[in-house]
Design a protein around this ligand. Structure first.
Ligand SMILES: Cc1cc2nc3c(=O)[nH]c(=O)nc-3n(C[C@H](O)[C@H](O)[C@H](O)COP(=O)(O)OP(=O)(O)OC[C@H]3O[C@@H](n4cnc5c(N)ncnc54)[C@H](O)[C@@H]3O)c2cc1C
Length: 491
């Protein structure tokens, strides 16, 4: 017997599960997300939100509120750099200002906002769009058949069990995904290279910052290797610790046998000062790992986010990649559920997202090795690509080319449709504001729209900047998918 019927059941309601519910709501699909925890994230974790994720948030109407809240929490446009200690010697800068040189390429910006502040914003919009989010609820078992998935969910406090029938299930249940395990899908890659910890603490670090605007501060000294992140007004933050002791042969099991005193000592050493009174608030163990699931789809079940790929936080790619998984998947699910496309469309989720995940995980690993753990050896790792190429330059349709400089894509099929400010129907908008629901056909001023089997919104744009950005002549056309990727182009 089934208690509930939903089009899509999402397992896990954290950053990626919540984004999936929100994006499905945007496409008119009322999903049910179940989350083990009793509420949204309590730990900051992901904070670096890429321009691509912000573009996705813009599509669903949360960009402005995310920007406003991010300003309240962090000083934006900070640097990503490395020190021996916060009070002491600077080693170097990887990025001197998070948004320097990238503002022209997107209608939005990279921001810092922690998961604990972001998730409630996504939740409220997801609920407005019809998503059902059930906290304190576990998905305890499931069976898949040719027509759907039947899952048993358990409300922890009420001790109540229900059966849910869904046409599709999205497993956004994190790095230790039980769904993935149950489906027998293996993870492959570099494996786990550190039992790391994040130490959340309070203490006035403003004097040690000396007015520097620093978003991520890598710490490398003979005692430890890790990174700091501080929130406004610089009286709280965290220190992630990945390795201890001898920099050439360090101890990478940081989490075993840990005491609060030892954590206090780590924070003091990384600050390079005993003078700041520090209170430890929490200590979270996590594994630094770089692995990708062998499959992202099993019949009617899809893996997304950390369930599909786990990477070290260096680069701030993990959560962003998960949101992009969701963005790639939801319009396909929506089209299939609405009978506008056959289920074969869903197979493109894995064929498009898995190569991007393999690349992004390697990029995060390369940053981990070069910034924190040279002892792992740089032989056989990818060169560190410009962050922009990872964030906006990921592309689909050719396994040999999964990323490129987005400034050079110019509307090439398989790449993100470029942003250009245009005057359209009396308003100044980004070309990206035309995408999000349906397929969109953009035409030059002299183009004759082709006959298509597909339902598409047609926009004629008479602007040389648009033609240049999309690499077409006045008689050219560009077909853009609901996720803002170019499907086809006639020049
Ligand atoms: C220190 C640190 C800093 C980071 N910084 C960044 C950053 O700046 N930018 C970035 O993009 N990424 C960052 N990351 C990575 C980012 O936090 C993760 O990639 C992201 O949280 C993954 O989200 P997720 O929703 O896929 O998985 P999770 O956040 O792990 O969520 C999975 C959820 O599923 C729930 N769940 C599991 N099983 C069940 C079940 N059976 N029933 C119900 N619920 C279930 C869990 O309770 C959990 O809430 C950072 C990570 C760390 C550790």
């Amino acid at each position: 017997m089934t208690d509930l019927e939903v089009p899509v059941l999402i397992v896990g309601g954290s950053l990626v599960g919540m984004s999936t519910a929100l994006l499905l709501g945007h496409h008119g699909i009322r999903a049910l997300a179940v989350e083990h925890h009793r509420g949204t994230a309590i730990h900051p974790r992901a904070a670096q939100i890429s321009q691509r994720t912000m573009e996705i948030f813009r599509t669903v109407g949360v960009e402005q509120i995310v920007r406003k809240k991010s300003d309240e929490q962090f000083v934006q446009d900070g640097a990503i750099m490395a020190v021996e200690t916060l009070a002491g010697k600077e080693i170097g800068y990887f990025i001197s200002n998070l948004n320097e040189g990238v503002r022209d390429i997107s209608p939005t910006e990279r921001v810092f906002i922690s998961q604990s502040l972001l998730e409630p914003l996504l939740k409220s919009r997801a609920e407005e769009l019809g998503a059902q989010l059930r906290y304190g609820t576990d998905m305890v078992s499931f069976e898949e058949d040719s027509n759907g998935v039947t899952a048993v969910i358990h409300k922890r406090d009420a001790g109540k069990t229900q059966t849910v029938r869904a046409a599709y299930m999205v497993a956004a249940d994190g790095a230790h995904s039980r769904v993935r395990e149950r489906l027998g899908i293996a993870m492959r890659g570099r494996g786990t290279f550190s039992n790391s910890i994040t130490i959340y603490f309070r203490g006035n670090v403003a004097p040690l910052l000396r007015g520097r605007n620093l978003s991520v501060i890598y710490v490398t000294n003979p005692t430890l290797r890790g990174f700091f992140r501080f929130e406004k007004p610089f009286d709280s933050g965290f220190l992630a610790v990945n390795a201890l002791g001898d920099p050439t042969n360090p101890i990478t099991d940081v989490s075993t046998g840990l005491t609060e005193e030892r954590c206090l000592e780590f924070v003091r050493v990384a600050l390079g000062s005993d003078e700041v009174p520090i209170t430890i608030e929490n200590i979270m163990p996590w594994k630094a790992q770089a692995d990708v699931a062998d499959r992202f789809q099993h019949e009617r079940i899809f893996l997304a986010g950390d369930a599909a790929h786990v990477m070290p936080p260096n680069g701030g790619f993990g959560g962003n990649t998960g949101v992009q998984d969701a963005h790639n998947l939801v319009w396909k699910l929506a089209m299939v559920l609405k009978g506008k496309a056959g289920p074969e469309l869903l197979a493109t989720y894995e064929s498009e997202r898995r190569p991007v995940a393999l690349f992004t995980v390697e990029q995060a690993y390369a940053r981990y090795v070069t910034r924190t753990a040279p002892y792992l050896g740089t032989g056989g790792i990818q060169a560190v690509e410009n962050d922009l190429n990872v964030e906006l330059g990921y592309c689909y349709g050719d396994d040999r080319r999964v990323h490129e400089n987005p400034r050079e894509s110019k509307g090439r099929p398989g790449t993100r449709a470029p942003h250009v400010w245009i005057e359209y129907e009396g308003r100044r908008i980004s070309t990206l504001d035309l995408f999000g629901h349906n397929f969109v056909l953009l035409t030059g001023p002299e183009a004759k729209p082709p006959k298509m089997d597909l339902d598409a919104d047609v926009h004629r744009i008479d602007d040389p900047a648009f033609l240049e950005a999309y690499g077409i002549t006045p008689s050219g056309t560009v077909l853009v998918r609901p996720d803002g990727f170019v499907a086809a182009r006639t020049r």
